[in-house]
Design a protein around this ligand. Structure first.
Ligand SMILES: Cc1cc2nc3c(=O)[nH]c(=O)nc-3n(C[C@H](O)[C@H](O)[C@H](O)COP(=O)(O)OP(=O)(O)OC[C@H]3O[C@@H](n4cnc5c(N)ncnc54)[C@H](O)[C@@H]3O)c2cc1C
Length: 518
């Protein structure tokens, strides 16, 4: 679908193709698939395909709904689960996550929405304002269920289920809850889902909300949803990158421009080295990011994972959210470039994909916040050494293959992993010695370095797997993987050498820069 008309407010009216896509998704059985107890990586793989077909955030409705349902199931009372879970999972209702407020985005401790208990246990009156809620209102389903954070009288953050329409005991819909959608944010992309600012309890002593989990434990519970959402954000970035890659590849295979230096015939641009470079860059970024999201999904597959897996995932989450968001946006930049002037027009979908993808560095914790989390917290946890062990194990396996192509690539990954260990030790040491500000001043570069190293490892895993299936260069899918791995090692992983030198120099230029000098 194209995104030329944003949702409009009062009531929020979606582009009509959005409902068509969601109905087709539901009728095709994709919503039910999530209730079939399939492995999480299989679901992620399916989402990668459907999501790259429909960018513009349209499937965000379903992702949010599914995450809200999972959160409810994990922490909700049996009564709430019985009433709300099924309609959320069979496509009848949609869900949202309502955390942010105008003054509280990165810093959720500053939310000011208040929840007051009523005489009915578990039922509260909620007053306040919410900002940036995706899917907070639309005209596609008869009810919308918000997973909302508010402060209880002890000033602690708790989690509430706030329905658009109150649900009666027999499951029928009762009165409209007391909240008002005050407007939609007009976004540069992702226009397949509305984004609203709204207020609760304007006309009464408060909107009705039901406590989920324990009072004061809202943020901890919400982390379940946020971590799941962070994998989806990384995935959304990866599939925007992949879609851009495929769109620009199709164009490059047809577009003739200039003459071949050898035959003097009109040349198709895909044959030019610089165009190949742009396509390869997109391939290594988007397929590397996709591999990372699949890995994260397998580590998050609660029924099958070990404690160690959970620790590794905990370390990786900021990388899963951020590396694809930055590098697959970069991939989209090259996709536009492959099309030349046409890439800059709305005749092709690339400008839309780029705009859609730009959100991923912002929502679910900005890039900056993720980098602070990685360097300020995660490196001290048990996940980092376990991850290093897994990467080193892959290098060892690769070296044992004795393969002419794999062995040199393993040595690139080995050096990158060693660099990451050294840099982490050095920065961690600075933090421990008390200069946290200096440690965190280069957190963005650390996030990129750690992310690029992890993606290097995953490319090596892909190359080993491809080689094990066939070493025949005419097998273009498999040989393409080995070749892309080589490209990543030489053109991308090598950048971590410079990043390591920079990080080890403990540069404090940004700290020293005065605000008036910016
Ligand atoms: C299209 C869209 C959809 C969204 N969907 C939802 C949703 O469904 N539900 C929901 O609850 N929220 C949603 N959000 C909100 C989103 O999560 C926030 O925008 C995001 O967390 C950043 O908060 P903020 O906009 O207030 O920016 P701020 O927190 O003001 O940050 C501004 C800049 O300052 C930096 N910064 C902030 N604090 C620090 C710090 N301590 N140290 C260093 N740098 C810092 C940030 O990295 C950022 O670059 C959505 C946002 C958008 C744009």
């Amino acid at each position: 679908m194209n995104d030329r008309s944003s949702p409009t407010v009062s009531p929020v009216k979606m582009h009509e193709q959005v409902k068509e896509v969601l109905d087709a998704y539901s009728e095709g059985g994709f919503t039910a698939m999530h209730e079939m107890d399939l492995p999480f990586p299989s679901l992620t793989a399916v989402s990668a395909i459907t999501g790259s077909a429909f960018t513009s955030g349209v499937l965000g409705h379903w992702v949010l709904t599914q995450c809200a349902a999972n959160l409810l199931k994990a922490f909700g009372s049996p009564d709430l689960v019985a009433k709300y879970h099924e309609p959320l999972t069979d496509g009848r209702w949609t869900g949202t996550m309502a955390l942010s407020e105008t003054q509280a985005g990165s810093s959720l401790v500053d939310i000011s929405t208040k929840a007051t208990p009523t005489d009915t246990p578990g039922t509260y009156r909620i007053k306040g304002n919410k900002m940036w809620t995706s899917g907070a209102d639309h005209d596609m389903t008869e009810n919308i269920i918000h997973m909302l954070l508010a402060k209880t009288p002890d000033n602690k953050i708790s989690l509430f289920l706030v329905p658009k329409s109150i649900v009666n005991d027999d499951g029928s819909l009762g009165e409209r809850n007391d909240y008002t959608i005050n407007g939609v944010n007009h976004k540069m992309g992702c226009r397949g889902i509305s984004n609203c600012y709204w207020s609760l309890g304007d006309n009464s002593d408060g909107a009705t909300g039901y406590l989920i989990g324990e009072e004061g434990k809202g943020l901890q519970a919400m982390f379940l949803m946020m971590n799941e959402m962070r994998i989806h954000v990384g995935l959304s970035a990866a599939l925007c990158g992949k879609r851009g890659h495929l769109e620009s590849l199709n164009y490059a295979l047809e577009r003739k421009q200039g003459r071949s230096p050898t035959t003097k015939e009109k040349e198709t641009i895909v044959n030019y080295a610089d165009v190949k470079r742009m396509l390869l860059t997109q391939k290594v970024h988007s397929e590397g990011a996709l591999a990372l999201c699949l890995l994260a999904s397998s580590l998050a597959d609660s029924s099958k994972t070990s404690e160690e897996d959970k620790h590794v995932l905990d370390f990786l989450i900021p990388i899963v959210k951020s590396w694809p968001s930055e590098f697959c946006l970069e991939a989209n930049k090259w996709a536009i470039q492959v099309l030349g002037g046409y890439g800059y027009t709305s005749d092709f979908p690339l400008s839309q994909i780029y705009r859609d993808n730009r959100l991923n560095m912002i929502h679910e914790g900005t890039h900056g916040i993720q980098s602070l989390d990685l360097l300020g917290r995660k490196i001290a946890g048990p996940g980092f050494p376990l991850l290093i062990e897994r990467m080193a194990g892959c290098v060892e396996r690769a070296a044992k293959t004795g393969d002419d192509e794999i062995v040199p690539m393993a040595s690139h990954v080995k050096s990158a992993v060693e660099r990451l260990v050294e840099v982490t030790k050095k920065l961690g040491g600075v933090g421990k010695s008390g200069d946290v500000q200096l440690m965190l001043a280069n957190s963005h570069d650390y996030l990129n370095m750690a992310g690029t190293t992890v993606i290097g490892w995953l490319w090596l895993e892909m190359a080993i797997a491809a080689k094990a299936k066939s070493s025949d260069p005419s097998e273009s899918f498999l040989h393409g993987k080995v070749n892309a791995c080589q490209y990543f090692m030489i053109h991308e992983l090598s950048k971590t050498k410079h990043q390591a030198r920079l990080l080890e120099s403990l540069d404090d230029t940004v700290i020293k820069t005065k605000v008036e000098e910016l």
